[in-house]
Write a protein that binds this ligand. Sequence first.
Ligand SMILES: CC(C)(COP(=O)(O)OP(=O)(O)OC[C@H]1O[C@@H](n2cnc3c(N)ncnc32)[C@H](O)[C@@H]1OP(=O)(O)O)[C@@H](O)C(=O)NCCC(=O)NCCS
Length: 255
Amino acid sequence: MTEHPNPELICGAQEIIARSQGLSDCHLRLAGAADVSAVAALNDSAIQHLGREGLFMSMDSQFILSALAHGVVLLLEIGSELQGYSIAVPAGPEFEPFQAVDPLISVGLLFGSAVKPEARRQGWHSRFITMRKQLFAENGYDVLQCTVSPFNLPSLSNLVNNGFAVTGLKTLLDGHPRFILMQDTSEVAQSVADPPHVPGSPTVRSLRLDSQSLRLDSHNLGEHEKLLSAGWIAKSINHLDSELCLQYEPGEVSA
Ligand SMILES: CC(C)(COP(=O)(O)OP(=O)(O)OC[C@H]1O[C@@H](n2cnc3c(N)ncnc32)[C@H](O)[C@@H]1OP(=O)(O)O)[C@@H](O)C(=O)NCCC(=O)NCCS
């Protein structure tokens, strides 16, 4: 592989990994070229396990190699077995931002993560989100972006509960809709310092008079799109009659 264009990002990721270690048989490390086929296989099996198309983007070995060449791929191993991965790549000519921003603004992209079923619901995805946010914030990036299917509720909940705002909706190359989510890195230090959201606990938030709650179901994506194109954003996700809803408000995302 040719020299990485951004060695500071690699060093930053090594530091964040060192700070995040600590659980006895769980090990975090950066992927190298030798890990590409195992990561692609985990991506593949995660998609099969979801059982519905368009919830998670397929990433072949070539995509993962390219992510390694321009960004970082974090791995979770338990014992010596790969149990999860997570990708972070700076936006650039090879990886365009998901939502256009001023060209002077530097964007960090959070690509896919997957955790094997046996390691789920232990906070690993949440940890991967925090680590990638810290990586970009500490390396001078201004804005974070990612995409997620409106129907991938675990992933969407985790991202929104970790400070991302839903700011757009678009159809990706696989022909399926994805929300675009953004977060300013200036908010990262604050959100990491804040007491963490306790997943699963009822989220009590004051409803703003000018807010609107929209259910996440396949029949009302047009309504989400209408609000998003009018500049509204969703910064929280709530249960309403046992269904998940995004709560929108007229918004400003600084990028
Ligand atoms: C999405 C995924 C990465 C989540 O990984 P994870 O490590 O289990 O996530 P976490 O443990 O950090 O989840 C914490 C919270 O997210 C939400 N969540 C996670 N899985 C959930 C599920 N199946 N249903 C509902 N909420 C869920 C919950 O709020 C959960 O907290 P709780 O366990 O206390 O209820 C994992 O399910 C996965 O690999 N899915 C297949 C690939 C994929 O969809 N990747 C994301 C695409 S970007």
